[in-house]
Ligand binder design. Structure first.
Ligand code: SF4
Length: 503
């Protein structure tokens, strides 16, 4: 696609693979004739990490489609494969001698390091609703950075679902309405929109390295702006009205329930969070969507998504190394394809294999919970989720895994660990009844591994947890267990089987 050497040395706009929004930053200011576009596929990045096939396909195909769209709109596009990103920039500069290379502030520290190394000019990003410097200013005079406080501040500032200075519907938080267990009426759920794969999809899939894993895509995830907008329309009109009440429920009969599935498109820049929030507002005001569902999705975007983005930058690289619970276990084989007889894990892993996606409760209370109670090293789960999920990114997964799932930050994000035995999973899913384990038992051959490992986890960290007011009750309960010694012996056996991929 690179067809002319620039006689007038236009400025190069370097577009990274998670910055595909034509309205944002450097690309938003680019014009054909005065700007040349640079996009790079890095062999090193692709081959060094164990990507899910759908994640790798999604990023590469979306980049190539954007490049084609830009070319069709008159831009000269230098789309190149290179050993590394930095090699690609250097080769481009050597070939075209641009007046300068500008890039929108990269979304990861790794990206910013590369931009620094190649001396690209970094322009401010408006890909998020709250720039991380604004987040830092908000955080500067606070002792604790509660997501709920940030959410209310950000929402008020942005004016979403607000009646004057009060929240629409009279409450900031509809979580209690949105925690219903799965319905037992056998209802169906909105079927995702799918786009038939084309030659480009097939070319990209054929070129992926052997190290990639997981199923091929079935067209669920949009790889162009046009298809992403179509998903947004569907999500607002068809899915969102049913989203709220069962957003935490888990069912073997549906991998998606009424989740909007928009996060991969938002995280790559195919959709801007502002347009999603605008649509939520319109849908609520027109009476199409109940407040609990509208607020539930708005909270995920204006609250949680922007919050993890803010703390990722605020707390810096040292946060990635935190491991307050001293977890040292390598990632168990069940995360990389070993079969399991734990029905909850089996079904969640099937969704990850088939779609590179699982919803927030499956991530937190099944995959994260198992890693937490078994003591998996945080960096290993961060890496697995970052490259294994279609919406994975360093800024997403670091706070979510280190802080939320594994409590490895000692409580900077969540005031207590999100650990649970089988009881929570049973209440929120249809996993347990046919499972070969009994979620009420903590010892014996049919004891639920989650229940056994939960009590072992509490006992293992009782000294630390006794200092946490929210954990005193579980610690006392563990101390009162008459069979605690047997539970802990059983946990040793379970962890050995987990490590061997035989649980
Ligand atoms: Fe998972 Fe335990 Fe329920 Fe089986 S009984 S599905 S292992 S929580």
């Amino acid at each position: 696609m690179s067809d002319t050497a620039g006689a007038t040395n236009p400025t190069t706009v370097w577009v990274m693979g998670d910055q595909l929004d034509r309205t944002v930053g450097a690309l938003g200011a680019a014009r054909p004739g005065t700007h040349r576009i640079l996009m790079i596929e890095s062999q090193h990045l692709l081959e060094r990490r164990r990507w899910h096939r759908q994640r790798a396909h999604l990023v590469i195909t979306s980049m190539r489609r954007l490049a084609a769209d830009l070319h069709a709109d008159g831009f000269e596009v230098d789309y190149r494969a290179a050993p590394t990103i930095a090699d690609g920039v250097r080769a481009h500069v050597e070939q075209f001698a641009p007046a300068s290379v500008v890039v929108t502030e990269p979304n990861s520290r790794t990206g910013r390091r590369v931009a620094d190394v190649v001396r690209a000019i970094q322009v401010r990003s408006d890909q998020f609703l709250c720039h991380h410097t604004e987040f830092a200013a908000w955080a500067s005079d606070r002792r604790s950075l509660r997501m709920e406080d940030f959410y209310r501040w950000n929402r008020t500032r942005l004016g979403y679902l607000m009646d004057g200075d009060q929240p629409a519907g009279g409450r900031w938080n509809f979580d209690v309405d949105n925690r219903e267990p799965p319905p037992k009426d056998g209802r169906s759920w909105p079927e995702p929109i799918r786009t038939p794969l084309d030659d480009l999809d097939r070319d990209v899939l054929a070129s992926l390295p052997e190290t990639c894993w997981g199923a091929d895509p079935d067209g669920t995830w949009p790889t162009s702006r046009r298809e992403a907008v179509r998903r947004l329309r569907h999500a607002i009109d068809v899915v969102l009205p049913r989203f709220g009440p069962h957003e935490d429920a888990m069912l073997t009969t549906s991998w998606h329930l009424a989740h909007t599935l928009l996060s991969p498109a938002i995280n790559l820049g195919l959709l801007h969070p502002r347009e999603v929030c605008d649509e939520i507002e319109i849908a609520y005001r027109s009476g199409l969507v109940p407040i609990a569902s509208a607020e539930g999705l708005l909270r995920q975007i204006v609250g949680w998504r922007e919050y993890v983005w803010g703390v990722y930058w605020l707390w810096g690289p040292a946060y990635a190394d935190m491991n307050e619970l001293g977890a040292t276990r390598p990632l168990p084989p069940v995360y990389t394809g070993a079969p399991t007889s734990m029905r909850c894990v089996e079904h969640t892993m099937a969704a990850v294999h088939d779609y590179g996606w699982a919803h927030h409760i499956q991530r937190l209370m099944v995959l994260g919970n198992l890693a937490l109670v078994s003591g998996v090293r945080p960096a290993e789960l961060v890496e697995w989720m970052t490259v294994g999920f279609v919406d994975g990114a360093e800024w997403v997964m670091l706070p979510n895994v280190v802080g939320m799932a594994l409590h490895a930050d000692g409580g900077m994000i969540a005031t207590k660990p999100y650990a649970s035995g089988g009881a929570y999973i049973d209440r929120m899913s249809d996993y347990c009844k046919p499972c070969r384990y009994d979620r009420t038992k903590r010892t014996g051959p049919d004891a639920c591994p989650f229940t056994t490992l939960y009590w072992d986890f509490i006992a293992r960290h009782s000294e630390r947890f006794e200092r946490n007011a929210r954990m005193i009750q579980p610690v006392r309960s563990a101390q009162r267990l008459t069979d605690l010694d047997a539970v802990r012996r059983q946990a040793v056996d379970l962890l050995g089987r987990l490590d061997a991929g035989q649980l």
